[in-house]
Design a protein around this ligand. Structure first.
Ligand code: GLU
Length: 470
C-alpha cells in the first residue's frame, strides 16, 4: 500500500513506553517518529504510559519519560494516559469477549500448560497450549475444577494467516496456527500486556503505530484480537533497533543510553532531534534540518529497513552545528549554570561576548563552559617552564610597551588589534612573538582564541593587572 497520499482518516499516533527505567535513545527515537508522523499529517500525538507491570514500573521512571519528552520538545496533544487507570475498561472488554464467545475461561494450571508445551516439543511441534478448555460446537469440556480460578484466553483463529503491510518492513504474515490462544486475563482478573495495548489502541482510535521491531511478534496477536472486537486495525510500522558503533545492540556499554544524560553532557535538544531523526530515517542527503523541516518532510517510506548505528562522532558534528547557529542569548542562558557549576564567576565578564567568541569551536555546552573558564575562572599563572620559555627579557620589554599603550587605548577588539599591530611593527616582530607571550602573561597558557578578542573580553583592569605581574 502506498503512503504517498495523505491518510483518509485523521492521523492519531501514540508513544507507549513502559516506565521501567530511563527514556532511552531507542524509545526517544520511536517517540520522535510517532510525533513527526502525526505532525506531518496535522494529526494527534498521544502519550500512553504502559505501567501495568507493577513490579518493574516506578514513578521515577514515569518522571524520566516525561522529562525526556519535555526536554526534546515532543509535546503530546493528548495524555499522558496511564494504563493502570484503565483497569475497569479492560475488565469490561474481557467480559464482553467472554459474552460474545471470542474468549473463554481456561482452568488448566500453569503446571498443566507446561506439560502441554513439553508434549508439543517432544512431538517436534511449536510449544503451545493444547486447547483443552477451548469451546467448540459439540465439544464437551472437562468438569470445572473447584479449587482454582481460571485465566481468560482469547479464542484465536486457527486457520488462515494474519498479516499486514508494515510501513517499514513491507508485508509480514503469520500463520494463525502459530498463534496460541493468548491469556488476556490472569486468575485475579488483571489483564495481560497485549490485551491492554489492543484495548487502548482501539479506545484511543490510534491509526498508525510506529514502534520498535521487538514488537513484530506481538502484532498478529493484537490484530486478531482487534478483529475479534470488530475494531479498526491501525497501520503498523516496526523500526529496527539502534546498534552501537561495534554493531551490537546499543547498551550502556556504549556510553549513555538515557536521553537526559545527553542534556547533562551538554547537547542541545535540537541537535538530539536532528541526530535521532537521521538514525533510521532520511531525506535525500540532508544531514542537518530543523524540526520544522523534519515535520514537513517526514514520511515512513524513508524509514530504513536496516538497523541504524549510533555514531558519537556524527552526533558531535551535528551538535557543533547547533551550538554554532544558536543565538548568543540562548547560549548564555544554557551555559551560565554550567559555568557556575565549575566555580566560575558569571558576572566578571560579558558572557554574550564570551559565547560569541567560543561557540564556533564547541561541540557541546560542556565544552563551551570549559572554554569559558578562561574568562570566568580564577587566574592560574603560567607554569614556570612556560614563563622561562616565553616571557624572556626581550618579550617582557615588548609586553611592558604594549601595556603602557593599552592603558590609554580604547578597549575594543578593533582598537586592541591595531595596537598589537603597531607594537609589532615598532619592535620589528611577527605576530606569534607578541601573541604568545601575551597569552602566557594574561591567560597562563600559549593557546587561546583570537588574542584581541580575549583582551577585549577580559577587560582593561584584568589585562593590565596581569601584565603588571610579569
Ligand atoms: N510499552 C511497550 C514498550 O515500551 C511499547 C508498546 C507499543 O508500542 O505497542 O516497549
Amino acid at each position: 500500500m502506498s503512503h504517498a497520499s495523505p491518510p483518509s482518516t485523521p492521523v492519531r499516533t501514540r508513544f507507549a513506553p513502559s516506565p521501567t527505567g530511563f527514556l532511552h535513545l531507542g524509545g526517544a527515537r520511536t517517540a520522535l517518529f510517532s510525533w513527526a508522523y502525526a505532525r506531518h499529517f496535522g494529526g494527534t500525538f498521544i502519550l500512553r504510559v504502559e505501567d501495568t507491570d507493577l513490579e518493574r514500573s516506578t514513578p521515577e521512571a514515569v518522571q524520566a519519560i516525561l522529562d525526556g519528552m519535555a526536554w526534546l520538545g515532543l509535546t503530546p496533544d493528548e495524555g499522558p494516559f496511564y494504563q493502570m487507570q484503565h483497569m475497569d475498561r479492560y475488565r469490561e472488554v474481557v467480559a464482553k469477549m467472554l459474552a460474545e464467545g471470542t474468549a473463554y475461561h481456561c482452568y488448566s494450571s500453569p503446571a498443566e500448560v507446561d506439560e502441554m508445551r513439553e508434549r508439543a516439543r517432544a512431538l517436534g511441534q511449536k510449544p503451545r497450549y493444547d486447547g483443552t478448555w477451548r469451546p467448540e460446537p459439540g465439544k464437551i469440556l472437562p468438569a470445572l475444577p473447584t479449587d482454582r480460578k481460571p485465566v481468560v484466553r482469547f479464542k484465536s483463529p486457527q486457520d488462515g494467516a494474519t498479516g499486514w503491510v508494515d510501513m517499514v518492513k513491507g508485508p509480514i504474515s503469520f500463520d494463525n496456527s502459530e498463534l496460541d490462544d493468548l491469556v488476556i486475563a490472569r486468575p485475579d482478573g488483571t489483564p495481560t500486556y497485549n490485551f491492554c495495548v489492543v484495548v487502548d489502541d482501539w479506545d484511543m482510535r490510534i491509526t498508525h503505530v510506529l514502534r520498535g521491531d521487538d514488537h513484530v511478534n506481538n502484532t498478529p496477536r493484537q490484530i486478531t484480537i482487534l478483529r475479534a472486537l470488530g475494531a479498526p486495525v491501525p497501520e503498523y510500522g516496526h523500526v529496527p533497533m539502534i546498534l552501537g558503533p561495534d554493531g551490537e545492540k546499543l547498551s550502556k556499554r556504549h556510553g549513555a543510553v538515557s536521553v537526559m544524560e545527553y542534556d547533562k553532557q551538554g547537547y542541545l535538544p535540537e541537535a538530539m532531534i536532528n541526530y535521532l531523526a537521521r538514525l533510521g530515517w532520511s531525506h535525500g542527503d540532508d544531514e542537518l534540518f530543523s524540526r520544522e523541516q523534519l515535520v514537513a518532510w517526514f514520511d515512513p517510506q524513508h524509514l530504513s529497513k536496516s538497523a541504524a548505528q549510533w555514531d558519537p562522532k556524527k552526533l558531535n558534528w551535528v551538535s557543533a552545528h547547533y551550538i554554532k547557529q544558536s543565538d548568543d542569548h540562548t547560549l548564555v542562558q544554557a551555559v551560565t549554570p554550567r559555568i557556575a557549576a565549575r566555580g566560575g564567576d558569571i558576572h566578571r565578564v560579558d558572557l554574550t561576548q564570551v559565547v560569541a567568541l567560543l561557540k564556533d569551536r564547541a561541540e557541546t555546552l560542556e565544552q563551551l563552559a570549559d572554554s569559558a573558564m578562561l574568562f570566568c575562572g580564577a587566574f592560574e599563572p603560567a607554569a614556570p617552564e612556560l614563563v622561562t620559555q616565553h616571557l624572556t627579557e626581550s618579550a617582557r620589554l615588548v609586553l611592558k610597551d604594549f601595556a603602557a599603550q593599552a592603558a590609554t587605548s580604547e578597549w575594543t577588539r578593533a582598537a586592541l588589534s591595531a595596537l598589537i599591530k603597531s607594537t609589532l611593527s615598532a619592535h620589528g616582530l611577527k605576530m606569534p612573538q607578541l601573541a604568545i607571550p601575551l597569552r602566557v602573561a594574561i591567560a597562563g597558557t600559549t593557546q587561546t582564541p583570537a588574542i584581541d578578542a580575549v583582551l577585549e573580553i577580559l577587560g582593561k583592569n584584568t589585562v593590565l593587572g596581569r601584565l603588571a605581574q610579569i
